[in-house]
Design a protein around this ligand. Structure first.
Ligand SMILES: [Zn+2]
Length: 259
């Protein structure tokens, strides 16, 4: 590369050396991470490993959105929070854990429900959104905002002993959106871990995959899971990968104007 101005200092070159030495990642890939802003919705079982990995990987700015406080029952799986955080806002606890790993990470804490225009504005202000929420209503709303703002969305879910990950990229004409995959009417079932239970390390596996896809998308490294749904059954240790097609009739990303 010629004429490239390296703005990483020596400490950063050392800190991120295991990225930089990767073939195809290089200084450029790391610089893209440092320049990126990512919104993480939900600082629970998925959001905790996502936030910790993205901070340690060097993502420049993290927007943390969660309106919940840390509860004793969270500590079984939400690894950014500790015993002394019980009763504190999850965003405050996660922000502290991130700062301990990487003090250079810029953090925006959103300690309220991210919805409506507030959500739209946040999604338009970042380079990528990671959905680590625990209910269908929020997932559909995040998806709609991402399609409108053309912001890539890394979606993950884990419940009981099953998890899944998929990437939606509105900047890619062939990419489906969350609404292409799921019917809004089918989302009545409450799929939260608090109601159904979840295996502790399962959320770590799924959250780590979401962080991995985020790092790949931002650094432009390798092939991403855009339009490909990974499904993991921890009980029988089985992975499946399904192609998800874009639905031309999708009311959110489709061409139809009658919705
Ligand atoms: Zn769609």
């Amino acid at each position: 590369m010629t004429n490239r101005i390296n703005i990483m200092n020596d400490e950063q070159l050392l800190q991120y050396s295991r990225h930089i030495m990767l073939d195809g990642f290089d200084v450029e890939g790391q610089q893209r991470l440092l320049d990126a802003k990512v919104l993480i919705v939900g600082l629970g079982g998925l959001g905790c490993p996502i936030a910790l990995y993205l901070a340690s990987a060097g993502v420049g700015e993290l927007w943390l959105a969660d309106f919940d406080d840390v509860d004793l029952s969270n500590l079984q799986r939400q690894i950014a929070h500790s015993r002394t955080d019980i009763g504190r806002p999850k965003v405050a606890s996660a922000a502290e854990a991130i700062a301990a790993i990487n003090p250079d990470t810029r953090i925006q804490c959103i300690n309220e429900k991210l919805t409506g225009q507030f959500l739209t504005d946040a999604v338009s202000s970042v380079d990528l959104v990671v959905d680590a929420s625990d209910n269908f209503k929020t997932r559909f709303e995040i998806n709609k905002a991402c399609v409108q703002a053309q912001t890539p969305l890394v979606s993950g879910a884990a419940i009981r002993s099953e998890g899944q990950v998929i990437v939606f990229n509105p900047q890619d004409d062939n990419s489906p959106c969350y609404r292409c995959l799921y019917d809004e009417g089918a989302g009545d079932e409450n799929l939260s871990c608090s109601d159904n239970g979840v295996l502790s390390p399962l959320v770590g596996i799924i959250g780590s995959l979401q962080a991995l896809e985020t790092v790949k998308l931002l650094s432009q490294f390798g092939q991403t899971l855009t339009g490909k749904l990974m499904i993991f059954d921890a009980k029988i240790m089985e992975w499946r990968k399904l192609a998800v097609a874009r639905n031309p009739q999708c009311p959110v990303c489709g061409n139809s104007t009658d919705s």
